[in-house]
Design a protein around this ligand. Structure first.
Ligand code: MF3
Ligand code: CO
Ligand code: CO
Length: 265
């Protein structure tokens, strides 16, 4: 499938929906305390998206997914299903992945939260994962071959002796949740040869395991876990390619990277 190029009017819609998705992570944050269930966090996100943002939680019903956001705790790599039975406790590391639809466009973003004091390992894993995302974002500009991003992420993660999950990737995004191109988080020799152009929008969303990269899906058909039960972390942003670099559509105030990145040459 061809990669869509967003018009200025569409870019404005991507900006709006991107900031809505980012806002959901901000509003849920104060509720993430030991004793709360992941289903309660899901309801907080759902209520905010529907009644405050007058928007649509894209995950709800997507390929049959039963909840509004994905919540992935500790050794869950991605697609964790919020549950009334899952009570969060101090020491947990938690990813909340939010995708919002507004005015026909999607914004997709996730970050890690810590309950109580993070362990040294949990903290380092999350920090490394976020930095790998930032390193890739900083490379995005027209003319860049997409496969450079995966190489950058993998190299950075493996220096820290962590591993990159291969089975899931970032994706083009716009009127569809998942569109072309695929954005791999690891190096490949058969690179698709996709060159970035101004107006393309896609996510980068590396999943990084503290142990090896082997994963499996639970019988619920969704929850993905590390085989070796090691911790896993993920950060995701929706990115727009601009004329000189990129703009982070889902940027939040706690991001330690600028929202707009301009390369001078
Ligand atoms: N938000 C995920 C992504 O980053 C997709 C979740 S699909 C769901 O692409 F069905 F699990 F919600
Ligand atoms: Co995504
Ligand atoms: Co997502």
């Amino acid at each position: 499938m061809a990669i869509s190029i967003k018009t200025p009017a569409e870019i404005q819609k991507m900006r709006v929906v991107g900031s809505l998705a980012a806002e959901v992570l901000d509003i849920v944050e104060p509720h993430i305390k030991s004793g709360i269930t992941t289903a309660e966090l899901d309801r907080i996100c759902y209520t905010h998206i529907i009644y405050e943002q007058k928007a649509i939680p894209a995950c709800l019903g997507y390929n049959g997914f039963p909840k509004s956001v994905c919540i992935s705790v500790n050794d869950v790599v991605c697609h964790g299903i919020p549950s009334d039975k899952q009570v969060l406790k101090d020491g947990d590391i938690v990813n909340i992945d939010v995708t919002v639809i507004k005015d026909g466009f999607h914004g997709d973003t996730s970050k890690m939260f810590f309950l109580g004091r993070p362990t040294i390992l949990g903290n380092h894993l999350c920090h490394t994962t976020q930095q790998s995302l930032y390193r890739a974002i900083k490379m995005v500009k027209p003319g860049l071959d997409l496969h450079h991003l995966g190489k950058e992420i993998q190299t950075f993660v493996e220096i820290e002796k962590f591993s990159v999950v291969r089975e899931y990737c970032g994706h083009g995004i716009g009127t569809k949740f998942h569109e072309a191109p695929q954005v791999l988080h690891h190096a490949t020799d058969n690179a698709a040869g996709i060159t970035l152009q101004e107006g393309m929008a896609f996510t980068i969303e590396p999943m990084v395991n503290a142990g090896n990269d082997c994963i499996y899906t639970l019988k619920d058909g969704w929850t993905v876990k590390t085989r070796d039960r090691s911790l896993s972390a993920q950060y995701e942003h929706t990115i727009l390619v601009t004329n000189k670099g990129c703009e982070i559509m889902t940027w939040r105030k706690d991001d330690t990277i600028p929202k707009i990145i301009m390369h001078t040459r």
